[in-house]
Design a binder for this molecule. Structure first.
Ligand code: 173
Length: 322
């Protein structure tokens, strides 16, 4: 090695040594989404990842490692909790094993802005910290109802004789109306319907065309119920190890992700049109049957929460409903 090179090398090392405590190193967070990448449910999170990577250069980078084929959707809560991944984009219905209280997020009658102000977010975040080892950064899906999609006629709040594909979102409600329920992840809905294993399934207002399910679906039942919820969860140890600047930046980006909820009304309307164009009909319950549909959904949901999480159910209901 020549003397010249040695000097340059030593200078570079000295510069690195001097500058490293000043500029914190960019942190890379590995993320997974529970929903088919590129499909309408996953898109807000993908926009968030792009924005973080664009505006967070040198500070925070999110590496999206994959969707439901990378980690099974019902395992993502565990994966965030244990730190197998740093960030999960996942609905609380997929980690009821860790946090049955998460149901309040879809039973809520308040938009997220209100829950951020009235202490609702704080409580749900605290529960995530204690039971999921996660920070509840942001909530997607405000203003998107869930629906029953069905291949048999429905004109009453009565589902006896039907077999339905469910997740914990729908189970207590459909149970209360007498259906037979089978749980599957979203990836199995198409074949479950195609083979006639189920007569229908629960799903939000958005997304069935992206997944090709209009090919195996005759109708959507109105009204919808609850509000879709998909959270952006950050492993708590990872979160606590970030610098304050990194946490503030991610918080700001999370709030930006929540502003996308304002687009949902227009997207819902566009989806209704696309479903109609694809040949889906609407079975709209009327009068008392409609009232029964809505009140059964609400009461079955809160009763289940009271049974599974008696310590926090009342406080959650107080903060999350009107
Ligand atoms: O139907 C489902 O798989 C489900 O529970 C859900 C929850 C949130 C968004 C999309 C689907």
């Amino acid at each position: 090695m020549s003397f010249g090179k040695y000097v340059v090398g030593a200078l570079a090392a000295a510069t690195l040594f001097i500058s490293s405590p000043v500029a914190a190193k960019e942190v890379v967070l590995r993320a997974v989404t529970a929903f088919q990448p590129g499909s309408i449910i996953s898109v807000p999170f993908e926009r968030f990842v792009d924005k973080v990577n664009d505006e967070g250069k040198g500070l925070v980078k999110i590496q999206l490692i994959g969707g439901p084929s990378a980690i099974p959707p019902f395992e993502i809560g565990n994966a965030v909790s244990s730190g197998v991944v740093d960030i999960g984009y996942v609905t609380s219905a997929f980690y009821t094993n860790l946090l049955p209280e998460g149901a309040a997020l879809r039973l809520t009658e308040r938009p997220m802005e209100e829950l951020r102000e009235n202490g609702g977010w704080e409580l749900i975040n605290e529960l995530h910290k204690q039971k999921v080892n996660a920070w509840y950064l942001a909530r997607t899906g405000d203003g998107i109802p869930f629906h029953l999609y069905i291949n048999k006629p429905v004109d009453k709040a009565d589902l006896r004789g039907m077999t339905l594909r469910v997740t914990p979102v729908y189970r207590s409600f459909f149970d209360a109306l007498g259906s037979n329920n089978i749980q599957t992840p979203p990836s199995e809905v198409y074949t479950t319907m195609e083979r006639g294993v189920a007569d229908g399934y629960g799903w939000p207002m958005q997304g069935i065309l992206d997944l090709g399910w209009h090919e195996v679906t005759k109708a959507r039942v109105e009204p919808g119920f609850y509000q879709m919820e998909v959270g952006t969860l950050v492993n708590l140890d990872r979160w606590n190890a970030l610098s304050e600047e990194q946490r503030n930046f991610l918080t700001e980006m999370g709030l930006w992700l929540e502003t996308l909820n304002a687009e949902n009304e227009a997207i819902n309307a566009a989806e209704a049109q696309k479903q109609a164009d694809a040949g889906l009909v609407v079975y709209e319950l009327q009068g008392e049957e409609r009232e029964k549909w809505i009140s059964t959904a609400r009461e079955a949901g809160w009763e289940e929460l009271k049974r599974t999480a008696p310590q926090s159910a009342d406080r959650l209901r107080e903060l999350f409903t009107k």
